[in-house]
Design a protein around this ligand. Sequence first.
Ligand SMILES: [Zn+2]
Length: 54
Amino acid sequence: MEELKTCPFCGEEILAVARKCKHCGEWLPQEDAGQQQEKSAEQQQEQGAAAEEG
Ligand SMILES: [Zn+2]
């Protein structure tokens, strides 16, 4: 299955791995996976994804 996300520029659904929106042609911001950036103010809360082993 391919993950989809919403383009922040045009709102259309695009592939989560896409770097460029195919609808509006805007370049999507790269999300750093693994690296934690210090954010002032509030932090983003991620939805808890429970990984079960077994
Ligand atoms: Zn777009």
